[in-house]
Design a protein around this ligand. Structure first.
Ligand SMILES: [Zn+2]
Ligand SMILES: [Zn+2]
Length: 364
């Protein structure tokens, strides 16, 4: 966890935040002293903050590993109070004495790249901070955007999103980036090969829109929700199916089999289906963190020459690429509903119930 702000202005001003104080309980409003940025730090006044499915795991305090096993967040050093929120868009309001950003940027709005590593190891130096062994993710391991202000360790993590609708821009930091990074790992013929996307939650829907923008022409979408399937067809999917239908796999096989599948759900049923849908030589990329486990027979892994890969969020360069793509106007916007910050608990419960199309974004 982030250490409490250790420097407060002599005239005490307080910043409101919404924090998980006890796992498995609603978030509560707390107050913290305004943070005076030190060193290279910058402070943004949070204008928009997306609500992500990951936040539900943070609220619960664990991930389900399947087979009755759990990955507890306290074992990873994540303890309440947790100020969640990693899709942060805000106005730059303060900078530390060593922050390498021009004074003229004060007052401008930026998207925050949240997937910070230690910044020093080889992985971080190679620009893959999201894969650092010592993560300090904003809204996970350090205070995030469910607050009036958010401290960012360095201005290099601020991305210019001029021209993109603010709530939509916020979602690119996680749901968009996660989808984009997963799709960058797909290496199939965009014209002829079948790409299967599983699960049309916020990330999956982003995935569909980004895949269309990237030029994939044969996209099948699998979701158990008929409304979401219908919406996928309207967006431009060429085929939709309910993975629970007995003939769903044969429908995909008749379409040539999946050259690549991106599983945006990541539970036992979806991953099992995704792997079964692959044609020989196909790749399954698991992105969702719903939780569970699978049993994988090894001889077919070899004989079918399939690849099973995980993909976790994305790196800073990928976010910048995605923002450029979005600025060029080729990505259809994700449906977004904005809600007030003090309605965060109701919003989290709606997401938990699965009744959200697109993304809920806190706004002020
Ligand atoms: Zn997220
Ligand atoms: Zn590192």
């Amino acid at each position: 966890m982030e250490k409490p702000a250790n420097v407060q202005s002599s005239v005490e001003t307080l910043m409101k935040a919404y924090a998980v104080q006890c796992f498995c309980e609603p978030v509560v409003a707390i107050e913290r002293g305004d943070h005076q940025p030190l060193g290279s730090e910058v402070v943004v006044e949070v204008m928009r903050c997306g609500i992500c499915h990951t936040d539900l795991h943070l609220q619960d305090g664990y991930y389900d590993l399947g087979g009755g096993k759990r990955a507890n967040l306290v074992d990873r050093g994540i303890r309440p109070p947790v100020i969640m929120g990693h899709e942060v868009l805000g106005r730059l309001v303060a900078k530390g004495p060593n922050a390498a950003i021009d004074d003229s940027a004060i007052g401008k709005t930026f998207l925050v790249y949240p997937w910070l590593g230690c910044g020093e190891c080889e992985v971080c130096q190679a620009g893959k901070e999201n894969l650092c062994a010592k993560p300090r993710y904003i809204g996970v391991a350090r205070a995030g955007g469910y607050a009036e202000q958010c401290v960012v360790p360095d201005p290099k993590y601020l991305v210019d999103v001029t021209g993109i609708e603010p709530a939509l821009a916020a979602t690119y930091a996680c749901s968009g980036l996660t989808a984009y990074s997963a799709l960058r790992k797909v290496t199939i013929d965009k014209q002829d090969d079948l790409l299967v996307l599983m699960g049309l939650g916020g990330v999956g829907l982003s995935g569909l829109q980004i895949a269309l923008a990237l030029g994939y022409r044969r996209i099948a979408v699998a979701d158990i929700d008929a409304d979401k399937r219908e919406f996928a067809l309207k967006c431009g999917a060429s085929l939709t199916l309910d993975p629970r239908d007995g003939d769903a796999l044969s429908v995909l096989a008749d379409a040539g089999g999946a050259a690549a599948v991106v599983d945006f759900v990541g539970n036992s049923a979806t991953a099992t289906f995704a792997i079964a849908s692959l044609r020989k030589g196909g790749t399954c990329i698991v992105v969702g963190l719903f939780g569970g486990d699978i049993t994988l027979s090894l001889p077919p892994l070899v004989q079918r020459a399939i690849t099973l890969q995980g993909s976790f969020v994305g790196n800073l360069d990928e976010l910048k690429e995605l923002i450029e793509l979005a600025k060029s106007g080729v990505i259809d916007p994700l449906p977004i509903e904005t809600v007030a910050f003090d309605e965060v608990n109701a919003a989290l419960e709606r997401l938990r119930a699965g009744h959200v199309k697109g993304r809920l974004v806190l706004a002020r």
